[in-house]
Ligand binder design. Structure first.
Ligand code: GAF
Length: 367
């Protein structure tokens, strides 16, 4: 790995990679113990690593163009928190994590809602587990990576992104029950059906993401408390309609209806009716826009333009307040849909978006 050789003057002992993701459907359901259906992208974060004899970590990031060095007594901030957080969480879990030199590079777009931080955590975690020969089953890894992000990096995310980055399979979407952590790999090979999932990076600047995300999470948890259920996964539409606060009612309604849309999407995919998931995607977007209030004008414009240009369905993917839109389209219509979004952006004076067709890819691995 050339980045490792440049930083440390030798080849690494091993090279590991973990992908970013898009979420087909199931937004803000993960921390409500609900259902999600992400798939991994071919875009990955790659980590070359070699052991050191002492508990020190020297880490070069090509994208940050920066080298950091820390030991167990230091509290690391910035991008390094996602690396140091993984070391911290593995030690918390009782593992003897090896000191290491690491070089990191990534083609997961940063800050685009494609889960670049989970890709970084998952790549570092996979590298350190392998390098140290740690006995940590794959299905237990996402919870540790999530804990690193929650408790070390300070972002109160759910478990979807780390699960996608670690557990996805090529050609499949990952149907994850965020309560039991059971997964089912749902075949999702759009190309053989003449379809494509167009990912439109709206390039809208993320606005107040962590603060607004935390507020949504708190409101959902409060709604569950008021309803007397362990999590909104256990609420029903009729119970939610009895909530006294109007905003809380809409937030909870999004979660309850979104869980059902995930289940309906899975049913359609199981029977090979891919095109029919389009209206569920579009309904998911409307729910995020009107009930959960996490979309922004650039995102709504991309969805409307994609639908007007013939997409079967379109929705924002990820935590919201910017980021990417997914559109399910006929493969040969993908350029027309992408052009229609560009034209709609031009008309509104927004920064031009970038698009690519997403190929469902595999999870974290040693290269
Ligand atoms: C972000 C979070 F990290 C996820 O856990 C999830 O809640 C998502 O937003 C919204 O579905 O990506």
């Amino acid at each position: 790995m050339k980045q490792f050789v440049t930083a440390f003057g030798a080849e690494p002992e091993g090279v590991w990679a973990a992908p970013g993701r898009v979420n087909l459907i199931g937004e803000h359901t993960d921390y409500n113990d609900g259902f999600v259906l992400p798939f991994a992208l071919p875009h990955r974060t790659v980590v070359g690593a070699s052991r050191l004899d002492s508990p020190r970590w020297t880490v070069w990031s090509e994208q940050a163009d920066e080298q950091i060095d820390f030991d167990l007594s230091e509290r690391v901030t910035g991008w390094g928190a996602y690396v140091a957080g993984v070391v911290w969480v593995l030690r918390e879990a009782g593992f003897d994590v090896p000191g290491a030199q690491m070089a990191i590079t990534s083609d997961v777009p940063l800050g685009a809602g494609l889960s670049s931080s989970a890709a970084l955590e998952s790549a570092v975690l996979t590298a350190l587990v392998d390098l140290g020969g740690l006995d940590l089953p794959v299905d237990e890894r996402p919870a540790l990576a999530q804990k690193a992000e929650n408790e070390y990096a300070g972002m109160p995310c759910g478990i979807m992104d780390q699960s996608a980055s670690i557990r996805c399979r090529a050609g499949h979407a990952l149907f994850l029950d965020c309560r039991s952590l059971d997964v089912e790999h749902i075949p999702f090979d759009v190309a053989t059906d003449g379809l494509a999932v167009l990912v439109i990076d709206t390039r809208a600047p993320h606005r107040h993401v962590t603060g607004e995300y935390a507020k949504r999470r708190e409101t959902c948890e409060e709604a569950a408390r008021v309803l007397g259920v362990p999590a909104l996964r256990d609420a029903t539409l009729s119970s939610v309609s009895s909530l006294p606060d109007e905003v809380m009612r809409r937030r909870a309604r999004h979660v309850v209806t979104e869980d059902q849309r995930v289940l309906d999407t899975v049913e359609l995919l199981r029977s090979g009716r891919i095109r029919e998931i389009g209206p569920l995607m579009t309904a998911s977007h409307a729910s995020m826009r009107d009930d959960f209030e996490i979309t922004v004008p650039e995102v709504d414009t991309a969805v409307e333009a994609a639908l007007s240009a013939g997409a079967y369905g379109a929705r924002m993917t990820g935590g919201g307040f910017g980021g990417c839109v997914l559109a399910l389209v006929d493969a040969d219509a993908a350029p027309t849909v992408a052009d229609a979004v560009v034209a709609a952006y031009r008309a509104k004076g927004f920064t031009p978006p970038e698009s690519f067709s997403a190929i469902p890819s595999g999870g974290a691995t040693r290269l």
